[in-house]
Design a protein around this ligand. Structure first.
Ligand SMILES: [Cu+2]
Length: 95
């Protein structure tokens, strides 16, 4: 995978669209438990904050289970930091 991406990294690093495509190739699905997420305001704050950290991220908030599923090229630590920035503690769940 890396040997495919590397020859293009120098070109794509200057092109936002290329960067985005690169992120898509490396993106991971991760699930966080956010116990204090209790209403629509919480989910929109979290979604906004994650979008600020990674505009290409896919975010699904489940209020019932209080889980946030994120598909992103960023690390789990980056996403946890974004959730914290929105004012919520989170815990990375397996899967
Ligand atoms: Cu709320």
């Amino acid at each position: 995978m890396w040997f495919v991406l590397r020859p293009f990294s120098r070109l794509t690093s200057f092109a936002p669209v290329g960067c985005w495509a690169q992120f898509r190739k490396m993106e991971m699905k991760m699930k966080f438990s956010v116990p204090k997420m209790s209403c629509g305001h919480c989910t929109s704050a979290i979604e906004k904050s994650i979008a600020a950290a990674d505009p290409a991220a896919g975010v699904t908030c489940d209020l019932q289970s209080r889980n946030v599923t994120v598909t992103t090229g960023k690390s789990a630590a980056d996403i946890a930091a974004a959730i914290k920035k929105a004012g919520y503690e989170s815990e990375l769940l397996a899967g």
